[in-house]
Design a protein around this ligand. Sequence first.
Ligand SMILES: O=C(O)CCC(=O)C(=O)O
Ligand SMILES: [Fe+2]
Length: 505
Amino acid sequence: MGQKRKRVWTFTSCCHRRQETHYADNERVKVSVVRTGLEQRLIALVPAIKEVYMPCRTSYLDATGQWNISCYAELDDLPDAMVPGAVVHPPMAVVLQPLLDGLTERLCTWWLARHPEFSAFELHRVQTFVTRYSVHRGETHLTRHVDGPHVDASFILQLHSERFTGGGVRVWDSENSRDYTDYALETGDLCMLDHLVWHQSLPVTSGERWVLVVFCQKRPKRPKQHVAHAERSTARCQKAIALATSAAHATCTIDEEQAQALAHMLSSSGMDERERAAFTVGCLAASSASNQTTIVDSGALPLLVNMLRTPAPPLSKERGWAAAALARLATNNSRNKAMIAGLGAIPTLVEMLSSEQDLEAEEAASALCNLSANNEANKHLISMSGAVSALVKCLEGAKPKQRIWSACTLSNLATDPVVCRQIWRAGAIERLVHLLHSDTSKERRRAAAALASLARGEPSTHSAISAAGVRPVLEAMLRDAEESIEATSLLEVLRCHGEKAGPEH
Ligand SMILES: O=C(O)CCC(=O)C(=O)O
Ligand SMILES: [Fe+2]
């Protein structure tokens, strides 16, 4: 987003030219709109983009209000072009990665054709983000701006957006001109802008409009072998995200050298680098069991635990991704479970359950769940750290993942009858019964599983669950093949123990 907002233009509509076609190559205004042919790929990408999209609360003020509708995939160290408060959300980088280089190359070819004087340069991405416009106040459009004095070229790719009206890009012929052209972009249309071109997005009047925006800066071309030697932070981050991308799509096994490079990034003085490394470690650990060992052997664990304890600025994702990495390193790995606990991570993770930041609370719950699975010592440490009441509170948290992971952790802890009773007294049963009525199948299944563990754990919790009137909802769950697994198991526990405990009232 540009910082130059000198004035709000008032203009007559005499020059308003609605484009009949979406193709334009306007030399004078330094803009070009082309069709990329990416429509099918962009349609296929919609669920992944929506899944990972997490708007970043920034302190940038556009004329429509605070800018809170972009999710940043890449940010370089470019202070003047930065949106204050913006932080990278690595999952978005992973989703977009397969598209970015090709599109940047396209922009670069177009830009170089206009600037033969820059033939020794190439374009380097400094800001990559996805914006979701909607009809809500402050979310309809971005007002007239240039992308920033340090941005040499940029593009706007129209992502696939089901049914919306309004939107499109308005590009002025020059800073002082009243003449402009409106481009009604369709899925796959790429609007390329040269340095300091005045433009804006037009208000969305219904539905949602999704775009991918990339800002680039020119950098001297460097022979490829030099890049490897003088690897800057950005290059390291890109490499890490590329690894995370392959791990997200298939099994990806890393070697010792790669693990050491990641451990090195975890101890970097740059928060961005640490965040991305932690995120990548999480993806790799989830991708293969051998990665869990290679990463831990590279010395990553103490660095990750240290990151959990780092007092981080409010928008930082550092603690969240560190917890996510620990969670995945602990999955089905008893050695790592013991090592993480031995480093003293558990009390910090318990404290993170009450974090204001969704990611931190979700990932702390996921780490505690994996650490407590089939590990009596960790279960004990977790309940002794005051986790029970925090976990029960999380069952009412805003994010489904937080509720699901907390329910799983409580299931694990409930094998101890004393803790089981504590969970009940903290109010878990009412909340879990409430979750049984959730709209999402995953939550209903997890809630039924947790109630079954609680019913198994202790006669008094068994009676409390029997008295909670869960049968009708469980019978409804029996109609779904997957949900019936947890529903049957809970009905079974209630029946068996019920017989022992006497008839249900
Ligand atoms: O969404 C658009 O069409 C324009 C976006 C834009 O100009 C920007 O984010 O800088
Ligand atoms: Fe822009």
